[in-house]
Design a protein around this ligand. Structure first.
Ligand SMILES: *Cc1c(COP(=O)(O)O)cnc(C)c1O
Length: 464
């Protein structure tokens, strides 16, 4: 970047049109480009010095590039983290995408009953199918799992709590060992308090006993919430009662018991090539939980959604909450979810990318890595096929790693960090990581049809 020139150079602030002409063709909407140019020029106006015209244009080119890079766009995930929250979690199945295109591009029976010709129930099929899949009396769907926790706590601890004029029954009992933080901004404790309910923490960080629950349940208790430690593990001197034990106690004390399962595997995770068992909605409900909730876009492999399943009278009551209307899903989410649910019910979950990627054999990954290496062998770089540990990610299966295969690159003419930056600006962008001073791409999360794009982008980046 050239230095800015000295003040009082006698230059005039350039006209917007002249700058736009100099910028040339641009694929961003014109009003955005004009706005960016105007803002840059007004910044220059407030400065004491006016830079060279070329410098201004160069800076604007760079700003436009950054602006374009901030557009939502596909990328190639070479991190080895299958459900990457920063990368949109679960990739959808072709079946789900076809449904989104069909429903999205025209009209649908979203809230219309084709049998009677009258207004119908939103998501009636989805709710029935989900209930079956979860072994529940009833189920419903809202925006995401965080919203599900909010809706449930609001219903049991805030609305019902206030309904009793004499005593406020607004406490939510949660074990101290389960006050989980998910991702950047979701903390169970804060979410509960944000609804207006009172968080009643019990036990210690590492140990909570059934007795702790027994002692805590009193006239002010509105519900017991168990939160699955979906993204971390505790080991050592650790204890927490089972879902079944808490459920039996809650039933005896006539207090609702809800389990937030988070990652929501509806099949046995042991079959997905991971050793860890993720509790399934059907198991928690069978053990006696009144309601469970989980995300649609983690191990379920569908769109962002919060699925709630359990006792019919509770699900019905939740759907009557005014808040339910504010948290509901749109037709595109329903379309993708419906197709994903069908795959689960048809025992075709191996077609769901989030699950399929966990199961690809190391041998297959090794063959693909070898082919990529061959495609790059003439370039000025050292390249090797390495081993790695991929992870399910996205706040699921924290103990599990899956052996995987990487290509590892040491470029000759630039640093690994520089190579990483160049690949991030490729089209589509490719994201890897740096370890042992090598740039690495994990094949587990790269879709097979993307291998050629990887080769092309690395070729372009290394011959720049
Ligand atoms: C992921 C997760 C959530 C939040 O789910 P979103 O669908 O991202 O809102 C809540 N609770 C648990 C236990 C989770 O693992």
């Amino acid at each position: 970047m050239r230095e800015r020139v000295k003040p009082r150079s006698g230059r005039k602030i350039p006209a917007v049109n002249k700058v736009l002409d100099a910028l040339g063709e641009c694929d961003l909407p014109r009003p955005l480009v004009v706005d960016l140019v105007r803002r840059r020029l007004s910044k220059i106006r407030s400065d004491s010095e006016i830079p060279e015209f070329e410098w201004t244009v160069e800076r604007l080119h760079r700003s436009l590039e950054l602006f374009r890079a901030s557009r939502l766009q596909p990328l190639i995930n070479g991190t080895g983290i299958v459900l990457h929250t920063n990368f949109g979690r679960a990739p959808l199945t072709p079946e789900a995408m076809r449904a989104v295109a069909e429903i999205g591009s025209g009209y649908s029976n979203l809230e219309y009953d084709l049998a009677t010709g009258e207004r119908g129930h939103r998501a009636a099929y989805i709710e029935n199918a989900l209930a079956l899949l979860c072994g529940a009396e009833a189920a419903t769907v809202i925006n995401n799992c965080a919203a599900a926790v909010v809706l449930i706590v609001h219903h049991f601890a805030v609305r019902n709590g206030r309904a009793r004029a004499t005593s406020s029954k607004n406490e939510v009992i949660v074990s101290r060992g389960e006050l989980v933080q998910i991702g950047g901004g979701f903390r169970i404790g804060e979410i509960i308090e944000a609804t207006g309910a009172i968080l009643h923490e019990i036990g210690a960080t590492n140990k909570t006993t059934l007795d702790d629950y027994k002692r805590a349940i009193g006239p002010r208790s509105a519900m017991v919430l168990k939160v699955h430690r979906s993204n971390f593990v505790m080991s050592g001197f650790v204890e927490s009662p089972s879902t079944a034990a808490i459920a039996a106690l809650a039933r005896k004390k006539r207090i609702p018991f809800v389990e937030d399962l988070g990652s929501g595997a509806v099949g046995w995770t042991e079959r997905f090539n991971v050793a860890e068992h993720e509790p399934m909605p059907s198991e928690a409900l069978k053990a006696g939980a009144d309601l469970v909730c989980f995300s649609g876009d983690k191990l379920f492999g569908g769109p962002q959604a919060g699925i709630i399943a359990g006792k019919k009278r509770f699900v019905t009551a939740l759907k009557r909450e005014p808040l339910f209307r504010a948290l509901r899903c749109d037709k595109l989410c329903f379309a993708a979810l419906q197709a994903t649910i069908d795959l689960h019910l048809n025992r075709a979950s191996a077609k769901i990318p989030a699950i399929a990627l966990l199961q690809v054999s190391e041998e297959e990954l090794r063959n693909r890595a070898a082919a990529i290496k061959t495609g790059l062998i003439d370039l000025p770089l050292q390249i090797a096929v390495g081993r790695s540990m991929a992870r399910p990610g996205g706040g699921t299966l924290p103990k599990s790693t899956i052996s995987s295969v990487t290509i590892e690159i040491l470029p000759k003419h630039c640093s690994p960090v520089e190579l990483a930056a160049r690949l991030r600006s490729a089209a589509p962008p490719i994201i890897g990581y740096i370890a042992n001073d090598r740039f690495k791409l994990d094949l587990r999360t790269i879709l097979p049809h993307q291998d050629d794009a990887v080769v092309d982008a690395i070729r372009a980046a290394c011959t720049k």
